[in-house]
Each structure stands twice: as C-alpha cells, then as structure tokens.
Design a binder for this molecule. Sequence first.
Ligand code: ZN
Length: 232
Amino acid sequence: MIIVTKLSQAFMHLLYPHICAGCGHELHNEETQLCLQCLHEMPHTGFDKLPGNPVEKIFWGRLPLTAAMAGYYFTKGSVMQQLMHQLKYKGNKDLGIQLGRMLGHQLAESGRIMADALIPLPLYPAREKKRGYNQATLICHGMADILQLPVFDKAVTRPHHTTTQTRKKRIERWDNIEGKFLVTQPDVLQHKKLLLVDDVVTTGATLEACGAAILGAGNVSLSIACLCMASH
Ligand SMILES: [Zn+2]
C-alpha cells in the first residue's frame, strides 16, 4: 500500500511537478509556487507606502486617482520577468493567485489604499478565450483572499475592435484600441471605492482608458494596483 501511494505520488509529481515558477528548482513542502530564494529576490517597490510614487506620477494630469501602486519592478532577467512569462504564456493560473495574495499582503500591511471592491482590467474576449483566463482576474482573486473584498469581473468589458478600424489612420486606430471599455454594470459600482487591477503598468494608456470609463460610470472613486511596473 505504501509503495502504491509512493508510486502515485511520483506519478502526480510527473504530471504536476512541484517546482519553483521563478528558478525551476524543486520546492520544499512548505513552499508554494516560489522557493524562499526567489521570494527573497522579488524586487519590491515599496510604493504601497509612498504617496507620489512613480505609478501615481504616470497618471498625474490624466486620471483623478485616489492612489496607485505597483508591488514589484519588472526588470529584464529578474525573477519577475520569469514569473510574468509563466503567468501569461505558460498557463500557470495558481501562480497568478499566489502573486495576487502577495500583492494583497502588501496592501493589507500598508493600509494606504482602501477599497470596497476589485476590478480586473479586462482582456479582449478573443485573447482571453485563447489564453483560457485573464491574468488580472487571477491576481484579483488572490488579493480578494487576503483583503476579503468582492471581485467585479463582469462590471467592465472590452469589446472587440472591428476590422473597419484597420482602414482608419494609425492614430485613430490606437485611440480606438486603447479607448474602448464599457461599464456594463454601473449600478454595481455606484458609491464605491474601486481598485482597478492589472499585471503590468508601462505607459498606463490602457489603465487610463479603463479607469476613465469606470469614473464615467458615476459616483465612484478609483485607485490602481498593479503587480509590477515596467520602465518605459
Ligand atoms: Zn526559485
């Protein structure tokens, strides 16, 4: 019986290798997704505690936010780059939830960004279908575990851009692609402090467009939290 159990454990191990998403080394039993070494090397920003931080500056003059932050720096060759690759292209959904928990802990400890609900930045439907999930929604669910907040993943949608747009001038097309978000459940958002969540912030153009749609929905306040910030 013990042999059978060990064999089945070994088999499960082949199916679901218990390895670190950052470095590929085998994990100890108490480790989840990331080994202690990679956790230690995660490039924290400290922005959660810092008014006027670089993520807030991205949106100054563009979007009236209550606060904004990103948990980690996204730099080439860092553990974070490897994790983002796993999250976006390797189907590692559990990693998304785990990273969301880590971001949730940062927000819970600093207490600077208060929210009533989390909104994941929507993907285009075709991309979400191809990937099988929206990584921002996974991050939200991890954050929700820690912060005990609802996730409004159907309140805002991102309609397909149509083929007629390819005939428009480049600048117009860019506007259309970045700018199309629809608040489909404005009643759900009313009178709430909302936290818009995405995996990476770079120029902030997409978050700005989505945030403007949310703020246009009525009597709400908005903050932004991203897993990481890339330089631009
Ligand atoms: Zn590792």
